[in-house]
Write a protein that binds this ligand. Structure first.
Ligand code: FES
Length: 326
């Protein structure tokens, strides 16, 4: 494993509805000492979906809290089951969680930062905004939501950032124009983005078009967001005459591993590429939900990240010839 994981037991201390569709969960691990964690940290939570043990990653909200870890979960009709499970929990529930880990690295020597959040993507951004405000860095947050009533943590962010918080609420006719935002940034601005895949694709294109160095755009995504609706699809194994159904609440990786095909994995968030499989046929369409492959590689669809990516129709993969990263 690339990431060292430590699982621990935790108690759900409290829940709080932030918006009609977003609920905050306060989790306290056994023996919690309140150690600080880096900006952009997430924890994995053990969930039960269709009677099967699974895991879901959630960003920690805000900087360290003496009471425990805060996560926020959007009740997603398109969910593969994780949000449904989380919303079924009541205070005092016992859970298994991992200790915080962060894949986001910010260059703290910069003086100018731009934060961009789409919907529930605000969760890792809250802690970043707190850390940057504390450092007195130049920071602006663009927060895109369908409706202002969908925007979680507005009160916290307004207190923190004042007029440096810009809410783009669809119901108010305000649309986030990434080209304009990036064009207006001072040189050497570092941007941290978290939002759905379609928005990330747009952000990457706009950032590239602005001529800024790609490493200056850092991002977090949520593995369940794709371009197509989450639905069951079929997978055939090359040369084996076997076909499986990947239900809407299971991943391709889960289904193949449960069938004994031992597909390797690491991050399970579409970031490392370890689970990539060769695709030898597509009768339908692949919904690439990873951030590992380039746009060009996704268009070619010769490989698929089994942990997060899905399909419509039937795909044929070769589990014996695993992709060689890039
Ligand atoms: S396990 Fe890392 S991309 Fe799938």
């Amino acid at each position: 494993m690339r990431f060292i994981e430590t699982w621990t037991s935790a108690t759900l201390l409290a829940t709080r509805d932030l918006t009609p569709g977003i609920r905050e969960f306060l989790l306290r691990p056994d023996g919690f000492a309140g150690a600080p964690y880096p900006v952009g940290s997430h924890i994995d939570v053990g969930v039960t979906i269709a009677g099967q043990p699974e895991r879901r990653s959630y960003s920690l909200v805000g900087e360290v809290d003496p009471q425990g870890y805060r996560i926020a979960v959007r009740r997603a009709p398109d969910s593969r089951g994780g949000s449904h499970y989380m919303w079924s929990l009541a205070p005092a529930a016992r859970l298994s969680i991992t200790l915080p880990a962060s894949l986001v690295q910010l260059d703290w020597t910069r003086r100018q930062f731009c934060l961009i959040a789409g919907g529930i993507g605000i969760t890792p951004i809250v802690g970043a905004a707190q850390a940057l405000a504390r450092r007195d860095a130049g920071v602006t947050l663009h927060y895109a939501v369908r409706a202002r009533s969908d925007a979680a943590y507005l009160d916290v962010l307004e207190d923190l950032l004042g007029d440096r918080l810009i809410v783009h609420a669809g119901d108010e006719g305000s649309r986030l124009d990434l080209d304009s935002v990036f064009a207006a940034l001072p040189p050497e601005t570092m941007t941290l983005f978290c939002g759905p895949m379609r928005m990330l694709d747009a952000a990457r294109r706009a950032w590239e078009a602005s001529g800024r160095p790609m490493p200056d755009l850092r991002y977090e995504t949520f593995g369940s967001s794709g371009l197509l609706p989450t639905e069951a699809f079929r997978v055939r194994l090359k040369g084996e005459g076997i076909e499986f159904v990947v239900p809407r609440d299971r991943s391709l990786l889960d289904v193949l591993n449960e069938a004994g095909h031992e597909v390797m994995s690491d991050c399970r968030r579409g970031e490392c590429g370890v689970c990539a499989l060769d695709v030898v046929g597509v009768d339908g369409e692949i919904d690439h939900r990873d951030v590992f492959f380039s746009d060009h590689q996704k268009q070619e669809s010769r490989k698929i990240c089994a942990c997060v990516s899905r399909a419509r129709g039937t795909i044929t993969v070769d589990t014996l010839h695993r992709a060689d990263a890039l």
